[in-house]
Design a protein around this ligand. Structure first.
Ligand code: NAG
Ligand code: NAG
Length: 729
């Protein structure tokens, strides 16, 4: 969710448009208060009980921590069991203090409210019916994707179960939709504690949008505002969906999110998709990271939005190494509004208000140098196309232009947004143009005495140069895990068409076009489901490695993927690159990680206190663990920090998942200011699942502060690419 002006402590759904068009503003449910008698929500973490307790005894134990005075069970908001030991409750600071003395107490995490952070995108990502990965994976058959969001609109045709088999036997969830569930939509629960509704029905649209992007079934006649018509489908059209409503118009309480993760794992989900997140927190203090660790340990893949706080540095969130952190980029589809200026020069704008009546009529152009953002529009705008720079919201500007007699709006987006054009519906003829194109329109409008322009609406047009990283997509380096390159990967997140609420109650399937890392995340959750369907035994880390090492760092023309300022995108913007699902299913080699690797990493980073909170296993004693540094975690990307003239060596291990007999040669492409030596230079495998280790020694010879390159293992069938970032400390 967009966080313009929102307090940093809040967690937000990560869609941009929704916040700009309806006030889905995220703010803390309760901000910290120094009144020790004021109650607020805490997530109380306890030591995992030595013996496993059934639900009833677990609750009795949890309740024994609550103050005795009043109906204590009333105050237990959630009790967790699968991925976390403890509960959520409303407590005063004083009550928490008293609890700390009790045997078994570990930590009190104050609850935070975080913000919520596609018809065409499967084809854009190379997925086609009866071919390639969709064929190999049977469209994601047999895999369950749990979506933690604002709920879902069950009547939408994207959630019909045509062609779907019944849920797998391991499914243990339940359905609380009044209308029931089906073979596509196999479960739905409202996890919002103390919420007014107790139904998982979506009242915002965000959850309907993200769920249909991950696993919407084929739905004919999908269009929004008459645009983008065609058959819509999610990334894994035959995967099953399990819905956990954890967010409302107020945002998402982490206590509720944790309970959604807990329930999803218990119910049998394979992939969890979270399009929400707040600011970066230490892993040991972040219930989302802790719960995701528990999920990953049980083999569940967790994919999370990286945030919409870009392009500022170190704005990325949800950065734990066991989470897939997703960045957002543009697609090759634009909603064309071509502007032809009187001098013959033309500019490609975009619009969701494709109003034919105006099309191709040459009209006088209005622009005021005194008020470029149209704060005031003088009388002579009547009958004209009015040019305004970003300032007020596009909808407000459209109203203002209309009131002053103007007939169309050219909206110039803010320079900081670069080439990313977030189109919004304004119910008035409008064209959104970039700051750069806007400058040429202004220069024409101010240099000619009777400037004119015409706008012609071209509908949905494919072939735009894409992807490029969206300005809003949060950037690394990660504050919580500085030696892990985050985000991991980018996916489509700008102007994404997917299912929406039937807000007018027409009974028809509605669609909307919105943007955010919220929209990119379910694309990756769907891709993870496709891979899981083909390789059911792969660990979450193996699936992530496959996605990262096969990603594209170039666009179709062979040029590097760019950011919103048309500069080559750094790994801290796009992750390793843009997801390439067809390649991800057959990566050749994987960088795997198991629970012991993560424990060795957590011990090294946080010692016993952090390990007890994140790992939860009583038997873990960091003194007996061979610690792994962050840079040496067997991650599919490589980050080293070092001083000029010094050198650092890191180790990696790859597992052969391609042909039994295969041979790889290393290729390193880095700028001259660093030298990288890989030992050995060749890896020869004779068995599937055989593992081979290698070392990478990096020396900084020049004085540059941060350089990027790639380490590739190349066979005759595969290129296994790991991004390398070398930073001078
Ligand atoms: C799709 O839309 C067209 C035109 O609006 C309509 O004639 C047709 O019946 C629709 N098809 C489906 C499957 O809804
Ligand atoms: C691992 O690191 C932690 C501190 O981060 C330390 O307490 C522990 O003793 C270390 N383990 C070993 C075997 O050195």
């Amino acid at each position: 969710m967009e966080t313009f002006g929102a307090p940093t402590v809040s967690v937000v759904l990560l869609a941009l448009l929704s916040i700009l068009t309806n006030p889905l503003v995220a703010f803390g449910r309760q901000t910290p208060n120094h009144d020790t008698h004021q109650r607020r929500t805490y997530i109380i973490q306890l030591r995992k009980p030595a013996a496993s307790l059934d639900e009833q005894n677990l609750n009795i134990w949890y309740e024994s921590f609550l103050p005795e005075s009043d109906g204590s069970s009333m105050r237990l908001l959630h009790s967790y069991s699968e991925v976390f030991s403890g509960f959520a409750a409303e407590l005063t600071e004083e009550e928490v203090k008293n609890m700390e003395k009790k045997e078994g107490f570990l930590r009190a995490h104050p609850d935070r409210v975080v913000p919520l952070l596609t018809t065409h995108t499967p084809a854009f990502l190379g997925l086609k019916q009866n071919q390639g990965l969709w064929k190999a994976s049977n469209l994601g058959k047999g895999v369950i994707i749990g979506v933690l969001d604002t709920g879902l609109t069950p009547s939408h045709s994207s959630f019909d179960d045509e062609g779907m088999p019944p849920p797998p036997a391991k499914w243990k969830g339940s359905c609380s939709f009044e209308s029931g569930c089906n073979n596509k939509l196999i479960g739905a629960k409202d996890m919002i504690s103390g919420g007014s509704s107790s139904s998982p029905t979506d009242e915002e649209g965000h959850g309907t949008h993200t769920a249909s992007t991950a696993a919407g079934n084929f739905a004919r006649n999908a269009s929004a505002f008459g645009l983008g018509g065609g058959t819509a489908a999610g990334m894994a059209p035959h995967a099953h969906l399990a819905i956990y409503k954890v967010c409302s118009s107020q945002g998402c309480s982490l206590a509720d999110v944790l309970s959604g993760i807990d329930a999803g794992v218990k119910d049998g989900a394979d992939v969890l998709s979270l399009s929400l997140g707040g600011s970066s927190l230490s892993l040991a203090e972040d219930p989302l990271a802790i719960g995701s660790f528990g999920a990953t340990e049980k083999g569940v893949f967790v994919s999370c939005a990286g945030g919409n706080s870009g392009p500022s540095q170190s704005s990325v969130s949800n950065e734990a190494p066991w989470i897939l952190t997703v960045a957002a980029s543009t697609t090759d589809r634009s909603f064309r509004a071509s502007i032809e200026l009187g001098d013959g020069h033309s500019v490609n704008g975009e619009s969701l208000d494709q109003l034919e009546a105006l099309s191709e009529t040459s009209l006088p152009l209005y622009f005021s140098q005194d008020s470029p953002d149209c704060g005031s529009i003088s009388g002579d705008a009547s009958g004209k196309v009015v040019v305004c720079k970003a300032g007020q919201s596009p909808a407000d500007l459209a109203t203002r232009v209309k009131d002053s007699g103007g007939v169309a709006l050219i909206y110039i987006t803010d320079a900081s947004q670069g080439s990313t054009k977030l189109v919004r519906r304004v119910e008035f003829p409008a064209a959104f143009v970039s700051d750069k194109d806007g400058a040429s329109i202004i220069s024409y409008a101010t240099s000619k005495s009777n400037p004119t322009a015409s706008i012609s609406f071209g509908g949905a047009v494919l072939g735009a140069s894409a992807p490029s990283v969206a300005f809003f997509s949060s950037r690394g380096p990660s504050l919580a895990c500085p030696s892990i390159i985050k985000p991991d990967i980018s996916g489509p997140g700008v102007n994404i068409l997917a299912a929406w609420l039937d807000s007018e109650g027409t009974g028809e399937s509605n669609y909307n076009i919105i943007s955010g890392t919220s929209m990119a995340t379910p694309h990756l959750s769907g891709v993870a489901a496709l891979i899981k369907s083909v390789h059911p035994k792969w660990s979450p880390a193996a699936i992530k490695s496959a996605i990262i090492t096969t990603s594209d760092d170039k666009i179709a023309s062979g040029k590097p993927i760019r950011d919103q300022q048309e500069e080559p995108a750094s790994f801290f913007a796009m992750g390793a690159g843009h997801v390439n699902p067809s390649k991800a299913v057959d990566p050749g080699l994987i960088y795997d990680l198991n629970t012991d690797d993560y424990i060795a990493y957590i011990c090294g980073k946080f010692g016993d206190s952090g390990a007890s909170v994140i790992v939860r296993d009583r038997s873990v004693n960091c003194d007996n663990v061979k610690n792994i540094t962050e840079a040496n975690l067997n991650y599919p990307s490589i980050f080293v920090a070092l001083q000029s003239g010094s050198s650092v060596t890191v180790k990696r291990t790859v597992t052969n998942v391609g042909a039994a007999s295969s041979s790889y040669k290393v290729q390193v492409n880095v700028p001259k200011s660093v030298s990288v030596t890989v030992t050995p230079q060749t890896l020869k495998f004779s068995k599937v699942e055989e593992m081979k280790s290698f070392t990478v020694t990096v020396k900084l010879t020049g004085s540059s502060s941060s350089v990027e390159g790639n380490l590739k293992w190349i066979s005759d069938k595969h290129v296994v690419r790991s991004p390398i970032v070398v930073s001078s400390s």
